[in-house]
Design a protein around this ligand. Structure first.
Ligand SMILES: [Fe+2]
Length: 248
């Protein structure tokens, strides 16, 4: 690997994402056939973009593309590179096809300002175009995701309106723009502060994004369920003991 920003040379990608929030490889490390991917993107983006609530995005649940040969092969390569495996608790939740163009929206709102997400994922983004500063590169901070976990779990219902997930105390100059050629990959934990760069002039970017969920990201719910299970378990054991005593 030629360049991996915010990554120690000895660390795996997953270890780097755990400690520093993101990992960026600024070249076609997966040896992807970019031309073929762009054709596939065009076939799937157009018909589905209108169904999405975001005008520049086509969203697919995993089961919609699970038999798609190109996606299967690509996913295999991503998992091998990143270790986002089921053994590590990860499972693919959805795939986004994003085609971003310059827009009139103000760039002082989400997703153009530093923030972290309410729903935690490890996201893998593959650039299908060369992305320069004018093409709205993804920006990330080097930041341990665990530091935002408590904050994320405590976000209120109106967190967006209240700006609870925006990051105001860190300068945008501290964020690293992920600028690279087509085939470049960003792997990042959404607990890590990040933002989308604004697209200027003729700029644009097509991105394939894979959202990996992990059961550990739902620890609070998991804890509640395990408590319920434990209480139910105790009560079943208690019932068994009582029945045993009755039969004796
Ligand atoms: Fe975000």
């Amino acid at each position: 690997m030629r360049l991996i920003k915010a990554m120690g040379s000895q660390d795996t990608i997953l270890a780097t994402v755990e400690t520093q929030g993101f990992c960026f490889i600024d070249h076609n490390v997966l040896d992807l056939d970019i031309k073929k991917l762009r054709h596939w993107f065009a076939d799937y983006f157009g018909p589905h973009a209108n169904e999405s609530k975001y005008k520049d995005v086509a969203v697919f649940a995993m089961d919609e593309l699970s038999e798609n040969r190109l996606v299967k092969d690509l996913l295999k390569k991503i998992v091998t590179l990143t270790d986002l495996t089921s053994a590590n608790g990860f499972y693919l939740d959805k795939i986004w096809l994003v085609h971003s163009l310059p827009r009139d929206e103000p760039s002082d709102s989400l997703p153009y300002v530093p923030h972290f997400d309410k729903h935690r994922y490890v996201k893998v983004m593959i650039y299908l175009d060369d992305v320069s500063l004018s093409d709205g590169p993804f920006h990330s901070l080097s930041f341990a995701p665990i530091k935002n976990e408590e904050k994320r779990l405590n976000l209120s219902k109106n967190y967006k309106y209240n700006g609870e997930n925006t990051v105001k105390d860190i300068s945008v100059d501290d964020f690293i723009p992920c600028v690279g050629c087509s085939g470049s990959i960003v792997i990042f934990d959404t607990n890590c502060p990040h933002f989308a760069g604004s697209i200027n002039g003729e700029g644009h970017r097509r991105v394939l994004r894979f959202d990996f969920d992990n059961r550990m990201f739902h620890s609070r719910a998991r804890n509640v369920f395990s408590r319920i299970r434990s209480i139910l378990g105790q009560s079943i054991q208690h019932d068994k003991r009582i029945r045993k005593n009755i039969h004796q």
